[in-house]
Design a protein around this ligand. Structure first.
Ligand code: PSU
Ligand code: MN
Length: 305
């Protein structure tokens, strides 16, 4: 069966020529941020990938096709349309068959990126092992997909609402490399540090590019996580969000929120409790991470050439 992939001209040319491209998710536009900041941020994220030396490819499902390289008009339409479903990797076939629209999470974006021949992806906070997962078994499909898709993921760690220690354990168990770029700690999304040391630190773009290629040359079929922290001046203090997160987790349990809905529920609750400061830090870290993603994808393309 022919996979219904449609490329923008710019992304098609870049992939064909072996120039660096960074894939970007669309779920953060539809479910991560409010309108109109979501559209403005998505455009800034694309600008940051370009500033890093790569071509951005924001990915969504539209009219039953995987669009690789949304136009500004696509981004605006997705940003402004309520009710677009969040599509993780398991949902892709269903949404494609249904012929509708879908916003891709990190998990489904890396599936699409691999199909499109794009070896780099960037987002701010990946999904991970949820707090209380020992009982709920809620582990984001993002992590499972990293064991299956050969795409390097540049991020600011995992979302602070998660259990970051268990998230690192899961990645270690599943043989997904985790490298912190120019920092010692595993970052915590819009906070500088999780207070957990990263398993590896690398400072040189070319060494990272070679590590990624060597990992794949060894036959590993999964991804490779590269973390870069939020800029200190744009970070939010742990002390400012920790109480709000604990409160939000308790409220979610009280209200019986679980499954697909919980990530958005927790993020919104923390944004409300911090009067929007966490949302602003979220936007900043999306943009700064994308620039590093652009740089590392460029180093990787250069190394491969
Ligand atoms: N809600 C947000 N911001 C996000 C996400 C949801 O406010 O960024 C996302 C990302 O798309 C990520 C996904 O891939 O949630 C993970 O969801 P889950 O924990 O349900 O696997
Ligand atoms: Mn989940």
């Amino acid at each position: 069966m022919q996979i219904p992939l449609v490329f923008s001209d710019e992304v098609a040319d870049a992939v064909h020529d072996g120039r660096p491209v960074v894939a970007l998710e669309s779920n953060v536009i539809t479910h991560g941020l409010p309108y109109p900041e979501n559209a403005a941020t998505a455009r800034k994220v694309e600008g940051a990938v370009r500033a890093g030396g790569s071509v951005p490819a924001t990915i969504a499902i539209d009219a039953g096709r995987i669009v690789v390289g949304m136009t500004d008009a696509d981004i605006e339409r997705f940003a402004a349309t309520p009710g677009i479903p969040k599509v993780s990797s398991r949902d892709m076939g269903l949404v494609l068959a249904g012929g509708g629209m879908g916003a891709l999470t990190v998990a489904s974006s890396v599936v699409a990126a691999e199909l499109a021949g794009i070896p780099f992806f960037s987002s701010a906070g990946i999904g991970g092992v949820h707090r209380g997962a020992q009982a709920s078994m809620d582990i984001s499909s993002d992590l499972i997909q990293f064991t299956r898709s050969k795409v390097a993921v540049v991020c600011a760690g995992a979302k602070k609402i998660l259990d970051l220690g268990l998230t690192l354990e899961y990645l270690e168990t599943q043989c997904v490399p985790v490298v912190s770029y120019r920092s010692d700690d595993f970052p915590a999304f819009y906070c500088l540090s999780s207070d957990l040391r990263s398993p590896q630190r690398l400072d040189d773009d070319d060494v990272i590019a070679r590590a990624v290629e060597h990992h794949w040359a060894l036959g590993h079929q999964g991804g490779f996580l590269i973390t870069t922290p939020v800029k200190p001046e744009e970070a939010i203090g742990s002390e400012e969000v920790d109480a709000a997160i604990a409160e939000a987790v308790a409220a979610a349990e009280r209200d019986g929120v679980r499954g697909q809905a919980i990530t958005k529920y927790l993020m919104r609750a923390v944004d409300a409790a911090t009067q929007g400061r966490s949302a602003r830090a979220n936007m900043a870290v999306l943009i700064s991470t994308a620039e590093v993603g652009g740089r590392l994808a460029a180093a990787h393309a250069h190394y491969r050439a």
